[in-house]
Write a protein that binds this ligand. Sequence first.
Ligand SMILES: *Cc1c(COP(=O)(O)O)cnc(C)c1O
Length: 386
Amino acid sequence: MSETRFIPFALPDIGEEEIAAVVNTLRSGWVTTGPSTLEFEKKFASYIGGGVDAIAVNSATAGLHLALEACGIKEGDEVIVPTLTFTATAEVVRYLGADPIFVDCDLNTLCLDISQIESKITKKTKAIIPVHIGGLPCDMEAILTIAKKHNLRVIEDAAHTCPSKINNVMIGQHDSDAIVYSFYANKTITTGEGGMIVSKNPEIIKRCKVMRLHGISRDAFDRFTSKTPAWYYEIIAPGFKYNLSDIASSIGICQLAKADKFQLIRQKIAQRYLSELTDLPLILPPNIKNSATDLHSWHLFCCQLNTDKISRNDFIQIMSDKGIGTSVHYIPLHMQPYWKERYSLEDVHFLNATKYYKNAVSIPLYTKMTDDDQAYVIHTIKEILS
Ligand SMILES: *Cc1c(COP(=O)(O)O)cnc(C)c1O
């Protein structure tokens, strides 16, 4: 095992199919949102199943923004979000002038602590944004029950869950108002940059579609293909520019076709870590409760060091010296200057996330990782920790 090798933290898995699809799109004369995007949306909706519709967007951040807007979130409203997530989950709430209300994580799932949600609800609370951390599905039944009781909207940040399943239900199929996926470069499937909004609610789909493209009541492809004059359109709101290009969608169609295969590879890699990284001062990531009914996308493999002998930062440095990329998911939002200062957030109110963060390290997990690559990662971790 040579120490000059480099094992990245993550790597997109792009094949010749994706490359050919992009070339075809470039040659077709239609590069912006058009036939490939429509096809990607249709295929994504049927992949999720349960009668959902899908709207492609140029990022999950854009998708979350559109979904909140479609739910009527506005200035003065409060939206419950986990502190342990990427900043996009909370920043979209600010886009609309509303305020995120942060909830600590549950160390058994790393997702938001559902038992703390009700204590955060006020007269101003309008929505909850659960995040399925690393691809481990949140207990959506429990979250939706609370939401229904308090008349709250639910927008799932499903950036990590293509695909995840709980109690035999695909994430994306629950009765949430919207479920938003990310196709960022390091996610389970990628379009370079991109995202998808999924919903069973036709009003949400309609609003997201209009607001995705300047508040125009017809999109460019519709104008190009329908019988009404192409030059005519109506602006019904000051919308955004969040559409996904056909170039990106053509990649997405190929990636989606491999999503199940990718999940199996990720699951196999995760299982090997789970079985070989035992008897070490290392807390392994939470897993699904029932492999017959639940599915973990294994977007991330989030560990925690459990030793006084080496700090997390030193561990990351040694891994890097040995040519292994790692990361931290996430620096909790309550510790980030903007969020901390704006909402006077203190570590003592988020004990679990604070504790988790101190020792958190995510190790490489990507579909192109070879058995040999993984053996080297495992060997190196054992060497450092034992
Ligand atoms: C990646 C990610 C996002 C943002 O996705 P983009 O497509 O890059 O906008 C949002 N939330 C979570 C939890 C993410 O990991």
